[in-house]
Ligand binder design. Structure first.
Ligand SMILES: Nc1nc2c(ncn2[C@@H]2O[C@H](COP(=O)(O)OP(=O)(O)OP(=O)(O)O)[C@@H](O)[C@H]2O)c(=O)[nH]1
Ligand SMILES: [Mg+2]
Length: 383
């Protein structure tokens, strides 16, 4: 038994102190009172010593048991705790399931069943899984319907392929145009410009394309940058050009661009890097249009869009950019930064612009793929 000792001149205060330390149910074992003599005989003081038992119920109970009984008791105690923890976890899971917000397009598409009632079986399942990947419901129906036939038993559209992937490839091929590989003829000058909002990956991906053309296709490539606005942009581009050992020019106006292009007699492809511009900045987009005008209509314009844009924002970018430039293709980037790549079908179908490449990461030159129906299907199915 453990005993605490409290010493002082006020017994009530000592009892309160013991209660504070050991809880309200203290067990006072005994106390001693001692009269202390002060200098003046009538000023005697009482000094108390209080002895209180320190409660250790578990320990005292266990100490009464044999060694074997003690370990059994501890086992029982631990298993009681384990089962309490299990119950708590189970109850938390139930609560989580109830409290989790419904995903924006998830299972709740069943709520608008009338919108999908013409579809049944696997077709409906495929539509649901596309919507979960942020494919807009209308676009999902459009794509899936291309791979459906009418089931005469149910009078609903169902897939006429056994695999989701085959169905998607079929639908996507019918609804989206793909540019295919860059078509460049040796000796014929091709000029390609990359435009788009800030930081989407124009410069790094331009050099991925340049690497492919120089290293794999053995073409003569030159790069022109009209990004003289951003600090360090020219240095960044020049460094890449130096690695590839290709000519690099920085131009600031349309006259300069025209002049530079006219001296490209031995070049097969000119890639033009532009400064990133917000699609809301009409004034600066106009300025860029004016500079690129130095290349006349010869320039093939690629709009670079990051896959992690919201669908509505991406469409806004396309609409605003296309009022300034004749966009020939969409170049997607940063697919590695999203797990809901619905934009890959929403944007080309809604804008009716062909798609070219997709950037899959930051590494130059490896992280780039040519887009085709099969790749888009794989991204949408999360393969
Ligand atoms: N994760 C990821 N990052 C990328 C991808 N493509 C480019 N980046 C990165 O995005 C950042 C911006 O790339 P830039 O090529 O400088 O972008 P930009 O469009 O030229 O930028 P501005 O010239 O400032 O408008 C860099 O850190 C790149 O490495 C991609 O596919 N995935
Ligand atoms: Mg850039």
């Amino acid at each position: 038994m453990k005993i605490n000792r409290y010493v002082g001149y006020d017994l009530d205060a000592l009892i309160e102190e013991a209660k504070r330390e050991l809880g309200n149910d203290i067990k006072i074992l005994s106390y001693e009172v001692e009269e202390e003599r002060a200098l003046l005989p009538f000023k005697k003081r009482k000094k108390y010593t209080l002895f209180v038992e320190v409660p250790t119920p578990e320990e005292s109970f266990l100490s009464m048991l044999s060694k074997e009984e003690r370990s059994e008791e501890i086992e029982r105690f631990l298993s009681r705790i384990e089962s309490m923890i299990d119950k708590k976890i189970a109850s938390l899971n139930i609560q989580n399931r109830i409290e989790l917000p419904t995903p924006p397009h998830g299972e709740n598409i069943g709520l608008k069943r009338e919108e999908f009632e013409e579809f049944g079986g696997d077709a409906l399942e495929l539509i649901k899984s596309l919507i979960k990947k942020d494919v807009e419901p209308k676009i999902a129906k459009l794509v899936v319907k291309e791979a459906c036939g009418l089931d005469i038993d149910t009078n609903k559209f169902d897939l006429n392929t056994s695999l989701f992937k085959d169905a998607l490839i079929k639908g996507i091929s019918k609804k989206i145009r793909f540019t295919g590989p860059l078509k460049v003829q040796k000796g014929g000058l091709k000029i390609k410009a990359f435009v788009g909002p800030t930081g989407v990956g124009k410069t790094t991906n331009l050099f991925k394309i340049a690497s492919e053309l120089v290293i794999k296709q053995n073409l003569n490539v030159a790069v022109i940058s009209i990004d003289t606005f951003k600090v360090g942009a020219i240095q960044q581009a020049r460094a890449y050009a130096n690695i590839l050992n290709i000519p690099f020019f920085a131009v600031t106006d349309s006259k300069n661009l025209r002049k530079t292009l006219s001296n490209m007699s031995d070049i097969d492809v000119v890639l033009i890097d532009t400064v990133g511009r917000s699609h809301y900045d009409y004034w600066r987009l106009g300025e860029m249009k004016e500079i690129l005008g130095g290349g006349n209509d010869l320039i093939d314009v690629s709009l670079v869009i990051s896959c992690n844009y919201k669908n509505s924002e991406a469409m806004e970018i396309v609409n605003r950019y296309r009022t300034f430039f004749a966009i020939n293709s969409i170049f997607f980037t940063k697919i590695d930064e999203t797990y809901k790549p619905g934009i890959l079908v929403n944007l080309p179908i809604k804008s009716d612009i062909a798609v070219s490449f997709i950037s899959t990461g930051q590494r130059v030159p490896e992280d780039i793929r040519l887009l085709n129906a099969e790749r888009v299907a794989e991204y949408l199915l999360g393969e």
